[in-house]
Design a binder for this molecule. Structure first.
Ligand code: SAH
Length: 385
């Protein structure tokens, strides 16, 4: 029988409003160890079952409002439901997110599939305490050839947890060749960003494969995925990143694929965009996919200035009829503020800019409307007349 914790009225209201987190100030003090708990309100009414994190500001994350036992079978069923929701994924896609934490009703759990292997993140002390059940459920429901734990995400520090990368069950190679539609690439499971690749951009990469033409530019290319997708239709692609190791992988990825020529340029994007703009360069298709410029709320104004600078340069360099896909993965920069920034860049560019499509994270990264933290990636496809 799991221990029970009582949450304040404010905490209970939040849970009932569809957000699974309870903060330290909204729960009775307790010296419970990390792990599953039953949750009730101050009047004793049952609210659900969750995972307790004794050192975190977010003390409790609700898993379910049902009165159930959180055991291996429960995890396996929830994972199977997440798998079933992804049945419509583009056929032939071998790299995708199977469980997107809160987005799939499984707070603190990320599971990404790369071919036969899965990469898992256990992001809180609560879920770390039940890792045996979670890993058992992953093994039985996904049958991977190997599981890699990428527990090197810095959020684990807020939970008092160590950062580590560990292979569990089976040997996991350094790199795995995966496929997205017509594109093949190497996922570097141990050393790549996040769990090996930016799976959240898959749908947008495929969108750019469809719309790219003429001379294309991919700024912040990382391991080259937008560039390689665009090279299928564009005459040529210039791809820019400041990381030499990322560009080495990008070159290796390009070799797995057909398509027009790609020039890889190691440079600071701000400098490169300035010098291209100064030279009056023109592109028919541009992608801007920078890292999160705002890592905290305090950094939002500076981030917006950075976004505006690169977007203004990109808009100025669009050939007539050219398209720009511009993205922000800063959680702290809302979609509304991002679009305000883009409108302001459009005004300064002196061009007539048409919003063709709003985009977000791929649909294997579901966003829950009552959980704003499940949504971070926003973007827009615009056309310059
Ligand atoms: N577009 C990629 C993901 C980009 S991640 C994809 O779809 O997979 C952000 C990238 O920006 C990283 O590769 C990082 O090396 C690069 N980067 C960060 N700051 C930069 C800068 N000032 N100039 C150029 N590249 C930068």
């Amino acid at each position: 029988m799991n221990p029970t914790v009582a949450v304040s009225r404010r905490g209970a209201r939040r849970l009932q409003g569809g957000h699974p987190w309870v903060y330290r100030s909204d729960v009775e003090d307790s010296d419970l160890p990390a792990g599953p708990v039953h949750v009730r309100d101050v009047r004793g009414r049952f609210l659900g079952c969750g995972l307790w994190s004794p050192q975190s500001e977010i003390r409790l994350r609700l898993l379910t409002s049902d009165d159930v036992t959180i055991d291996e079978a429960w995890w396996a069923e929830r994972i199977a439901q997440a798998v079933a929701r992804r049945a419509h994924l583009v056929p032939g896609t071998t790299a995708y997110r199977v469980v997107h934490a809160e987005g799939d009703g499984l707070p603190a759990l990320v599971i990404d599939r790369y071919g036969e292997f899965v990469v898992v993140q256990l992001l809180t002390a609560g879920i770390e305490a039940v890792r045996h059940d979670v890993l058992g459920a992953i093994g039985s429901s996904l049958q991977p050839a190997g599981i890699l734990l990428r527990n090197d995400a810095s959020v684990r520090r807020h939970e008092g947890l160590p950062l580590a990368i560990e292979a569990i069950d089976g040997s996991v190679p350094e790199r795995v060749e995966v496929r997205v539609g017509t594109v093949r690439y190497w996922a570097l499971l141990r050393t790549g960003q996040k769990t090996g690749a930016f799976l959240d951009q898959r749908a947008n990469q495929q969108l750019m494969e469809r719309v790219a033409l003429g001379r294309a530019l991919d700024v912040f290319t990382y391991q080259g995925l937008f560039a390689i997708h665009m090279a299928h239709r564009a005459d040529s692609v210039l791809a820019i990143d400041s990381s030499a190791p990322a560009l080495d992988v990008a070159r290796a990825n390009a070799q797995l694929n057909a398509g027009g020529p790609i020039e890889w340029l190691e440079a600071n994007a701000f400098d490169a965009l300035r010098s291209l703009d100064d030279d009056a360069a023109q592109f028919d298709t541009i992608v801007l996919d920078p890292p999160a410029f705002a890592k905290s709320r305090n950094a939002v104004s500076a981030a917006l200035r950075g976004y505006k600078e690169i977007n203004l340069r990109a808009l100025r360099m669009l050939a007539p009829g050219g398209r720009l896909l511009t993205c922000s993965c800063s959680y702290h920069v809302s979609r509304a503020r991002f679009l305000d920034m883009l409108a302001s860049a459009a005004a300064d560019s002196g061009r007539r800019i048409v919003l063709e499509r709003l985009v977000g994270q791929s649909d294997d990264h579901p966003e829950v409307l009552t959980v704003p933290e499940s949504s971070y990636l926003k973007g827009a496809l615009v056309r310059a007349d």
